[in-house]
Design a protein around this ligand. Structure first.
Ligand code: GKR
Ligand code: MG
Length: 429
């Protein structure tokens, strides 16, 4: 069996996204993703998926070239390659520091996000070559299915008039009744029993009313609210007080470890984050200050599936919960999330996934949620097959784009409907 990497292919794509609202703006009609393929000299191909904005793509290209001749099994070596790429590319060796919904973006984090696409592709190829599922390469599954939560968004019925976009069938959700109707659809279509509402869009009282309406419609079901750090400490505490009896956790109510620690000190409601603990370096301070009770890993920016396992082990050691964050993604990423989540012993919260919002995919068969869960595949690798024609079609869209959609920019998308919109300063309320 020849496991030497003989070829690496990168395919940037644009994938349809509905008009989902968040505190920065609204999703663009198409979101960039990058599909990574690693082919061994033995002819086995493995797939990975990660963020596809230009800055990721620019890092992925030299990374891909450096992989040729290495072994797909050399997963630790990927970190050395990431360092070499950084040294070679002065633009990413300093701090990038653009704030955003995925926490502070450092050059390190960009590299890890790129690395994760290659790590998943290597694991997929290795698993296929050995006839083993990825979870077996990660030590073995401890559950047969992984639970996901319904990821509710305030949403327009359509993208603004005149904007080229795909039509979706979810309708609008702009008030408590709309949010409950969306939740019912999620339950009906996928069987989800736990619900997360993306907040930070409307004044807190309106979002409190929406969560109350969800609690009435789905008594006893786990509920979460995530305003992406849009609130002050005082507002966060008020929301925690008003919703304390129905919330499983409050996610990133305020921005940054210091503010989160202040909120945590003033409420019994557990706080979760995918914004203030997004790297290993951020763990010590956040845990010492008791700022978070649940860390939401995103295997993309944490640097892959094995780093996610390491994060889970650290969380376990400190009695902090772990679950999973998600961004707009396709089936390769959902398969990767499911494989790693299957190996994490103390997974007490349903993971997030945007997948139901993506009607397009590059897979021959989409992954299925049954009773809100995705079954853990025991097939070799990730257990998914890529449809080359679908991949080509989504790549063609990327090629044909004039560059306007190649970066995810929710504020720019909002300006189409509301000229003059700028991402609100924090705290917004
Ligand atoms: O897709 O609008 C969105 C989300 O707000 C996403 O960008 C966040 O990264 O889902 C994420 C979160 O939980 O913060
Ligand atoms: Mg979040």
């Amino acid at each position: 069996m020849n496991l030497t990497i003989a070829d690496v292919r990168l395919t940037p794509i644009l994938v349809a996204d509905p008009p989902l609202l968040n505190t920065q703006g609204v999703h663009q009609p198409y979101t960039p993703r990058l599909i990574v393929e690693v082919e061994t000299a033995g002819g086995v191909v493995g797939f990975g998926e990660t963020y596809g904005d230009t800055k990721y793509l620019e890092l992925a290209r030299p990374f891909a070239r450096k992989l040729i001749g290495r072994q797909v099994s050399d997963l630790n070596g990927l970190f050395a390659v990431a360092d070499e790429v950084a040294v070679a590319d002065a633009r990413v060796s300093g701090q990038v520091d653009v704030g955003g919904l995925r926490g502070v973006q450092t050059a390190d984090k960009l590299r890890l996000s790129v690395l994760s696409g290659f790590e998943v592709a290597c694991l997929d190829a290795l698993g296929r070559a050995l006839g083993l599922p990825v979870h077996a390469l990660l030590g073995g599954k401890v559950r047969d299915a992984v639970e996901y939560s319904a990821y509710l968004f305030y949403k327009w019925a359509d993208h603004p008039a005149g904007v080229a976009a795909e039509k979706d069938d979810w309708g609008a959700a702009l008030d408590p009744a709309g949010v409950v109707a969306q939740a019912r659809l999620f339950k009906e279509r996928y069987g989800f029993t736990s619900f997360k509402l993306k907040g930070g869009v409307f004044p807190p009282d309106e979002e409190i009313a929406a969560v109350r309406a969800l609690a009435e419609a789905f008594p006893g079901h786990p509920l979460r609210l995530d305003p992406n750090g849009a609130w002050s400490v005082a507002t966060s505490l008020k929301v925690a007080e008003e919703l304390g009896d129905v919330l499983e956790y409050l996610e990133d109510p305020a921005l940054g470890t210091a503010a989160m620690a202040e909120v945590a000190a003033g409420t019994e409601v557990p706080l979760a984050t995918n914004m203030c603990v997004t790297t290993f370096a951020e763990i010590a301070e956040a845990f010492a200050k008791g700022a978070v009770q649940v860390v939401l890993s995103d295997h993309h920016y944490w640097g892959g599936l094995r780093n996610t396992q390491q994060l889970a082990a650290i969380c376990r050691t400190f009695g902090v919960g772990v679950s999973m964050h998600s961004n707009t993604h396709l089936g390769i990423s959902l398969a990767a999330m499911t494989q790693v989540a299957a190996t994490v012993p103390d997974l007490h919260h349903a993971c997030d996934s945007h997948y139901p919002w993506q009607t397009e995919d590059v897979l021959t068969e989409r992954l299925v949620f049954e009773g809100g869960k995705v079954a853990v595949s025991d097939a070799p690798g990730l257990g998914v097959e890529v449809d080359r024609e679908r991949l080509r079609a989504l790549h063609r869209r990327w090629v044909d784009d004039d560059g306007g959609l190649r970066e995810r920019d929710d504020a720019a998308a909002m300006r189409v409907a509301e000229p003059g919109w700028v991402t609100p300063g924090v705290p917004r309320w």
